[in-house]
Design a binder for this molecule. Structure first.
Ligand SMILES: [Zn+2]
Ligand SMILES: [Zn+2]
Length: 259
């Protein structure tokens, strides 16, 4: 028996069929700190093009009648620099990704079945266009969707998927190797946990749920938001929120999944 998880590189060396499943990812490793406005961060100050209005959430809110959450402003969940995650599908010229979310529950986001949580927006922008902004505070928010501002220690890694994503033969070959090593594939796979960009999502709570865009394309994992830790959020049943993007067009609405 060993206490050490094999690295993705070791898994691929032992089971070459896994090689096409290796994906680059950036572990964000948030820690409580006052982040610099221009740094990659969770929460923190708002930056926005001076000639554009701050976005408002247009999705419906189940508590709307009671809390007047309608038309509430969104907040900064994360501000990310291209150099910290060069493997993301950056549009030409964009060097900042801002992840905004509406810090309320939603149950009727278009195209999202069985989803109950924050509404998420991605904005691919240029640092040169961004200026300090003073957005209106949300008219209503759930406290557990308000992140404690964090700085990040980004680390680029390679990621492998959960077993659910693998074809049967490949899964069997991987399991044969991990069993020989005295480790359990379910737990000791190559997928990295925690806040991350790119790579693969966890399906630890449900089995694999294919996330398809309205255009028919299979969506790809962009961001994992983890409950607890320094950002002190709580998503789902204190689990993870996964944000997916459409590989055909980044302008298509994001896919959302809670684990
Ligand atoms: Zn909303
Ligand atoms: Zn699409």
């Amino acid at each position: 028996m060993t206490d050490r998880r094999p690295t993705p590189a070791e898994l691929v060396a032992a089971v070459p069929g896994l090689a096409p499943y290796l994906r680059p990812a950036t572990l964000l490793r948030p820690y409580a700190a006052t982040p610099a406005p221009q740094a990659s961060r969770i929460g923190g100050p708002a930056l926005w093009p001076a000639d554009q209005p701050w976005p408002h959430c247009t999705a419906g809110h189940p508590e709307e009648e009671h809390t007047a959450a309608a038309g509430t402003a969104v907040i900064v969940l994360a501000h990310l620099r291209a150099e910290d995650a060069p493997h993301l599908p950056w549009p030409d010229g964009a060097d900042r990704l801002q992840v905004l979310w509406c810090p309320n529950d939603h149950d009727d986001i278009q195209g999202e079945r069985y989803y109950y949580g924050p509404a998420v927006e991605l904005h691919w922008q240029r640092a040169a266009d961004l200026a300090p902004a003073t957005p209106p505070p949300p008219r209503h928010s759930d406290e557990y969707y308000l992140p404690t501002p964090c700085a990040l220690r980004p680390e680029q890694v390679l990621d492998l998927p959960d077993r659910d994503e693998l074809p049967g033969e490949l899964h069997a070959a991987t399991e044969e190797f991990t069993t020989r090593q005295g480790i359990e594939y379910e737990r000791d796979h190559g997928r990295a946990d925690g806040w991350k960009l790119g790579g693969w999502p966890s399906w630890h709570s449900t089995d694999l749920i294919p996330i398809d865009c309205g255009c028919g394309a299979r969506m790809v994992h962009l961001l994992t938001v983890e409950s607890g830790g320094a950002p002190d959020l709580s998503v789902g049943r204190h689990g993870e929120l996964h944000v997916f993007v459409c590989p055909a067009d980044l302008a298509h609405p994001v896919g959302l999944d809670l684990q």
